[in-house]
Write a protein that binds this ligand. Structure first.
Ligand code: ADP
Length: 213
């Protein structure tokens, strides 16, 4: 198994109140799988995604990447895991406004081991004709596709997307999802997408629903 979570729990203490974000969740991600994580707001989807991406550690339970325990790894190991193996896409694009599409993507390819060309990553998401546009000259959906190109230009094994269409209308969101599906097919990337938009599940190999952790 590429990623295997067992009995994952995550609790946050806010003063006297303890919030249980995840309780006792088992979750596997197989190689080349495209999984959608569904559930209402606050059900623990982002928390689970953050554990898969090595952005956070569980309070209890284990999470392993190819058998390597991430739940007990030190920060340097988690940083290396994220840098080498994981691409992230969030609801907001976090592009650098003063750089073109190509330059935003090249920023990552410059520091990666065996990157794709920035132009090829942008072509993969259908932006080959917008290479020299600045973010402000592009629509929200196009900006999100730059963010996807930036996430995959280093050829990560795993792509984790947290509400990638959350700020977009349905039609534009569809183009963004098409781009993610294309990445999965053409690069063989393993993908997990957090959403509360149930129709997205139709494009997935598997949909998993969370309810109250
Ligand atoms: P979802 O992604 O499904 O909307 P989250 O994983 O973001 O859900 O949150 C699950 C629960 O954990 C929520 O009740 C949320 O308020 C709580 N939570 C998430 N992150 C934190 C945090 N850093 N500190 C305190 N509580 C948190």
């Amino acid at each position: 198994m590429l990623l295997a979570g067992r009995a994952l729990s995550k609790r946050y203490r806010m003063g006297d109140v303890e919030v249980v974000a995840l309780r006792d969740v088992d979750f596997d991600l197989a190689e080349r799988e495209l999984v959608v994580l569904l559930g209402p707001s606050g059900s623990g989807k982002s928390t689970l995604l953050n554990l898969l991406g090595g952005l956070d550690k569980p309070t209890s339970g284990t999470i392993t990447y190819r058998g390597q325990d991430l739940s007990r790894a030190d920060e340097a190991t988690l940083t290396r895991y994220r840098r080498e193996h994981v691409g992230f896409v969030f609801q907001f694009y976090n592009l650098i406004p003063s750089l073109t599409a190509r330059e935003n993507v090249a920023l990552v390819s410059d520091i990666a081991d065996k990157p794709m060309k920035a132009e090829d990553a942008l072509a993969l998401v259908g932006l080959e004709e917008r290479l020299d546009h600045f973010p402000s000259q592009l629509s929200g959906g196009q900006q999100q596709r730059i963010a996807i190109a930036r996430a995959v230009v280093k050829r990560p094994e795993i792509l984790l997307c947290d509400e990638p269409t959350g700020a977009l209308d349905a039609a534009t969101g569809h183009l963004v999802l098409d781009a993610i599906v294309r990445v999965q097919r053409e690069l063989g990337t393993t993908v997990a997408i957090v959403t509360h938009n149930a129709p997205i599940a139709q494009m997935a190999h598997r949909a998993v629903s969370l309810r109250d952790g």
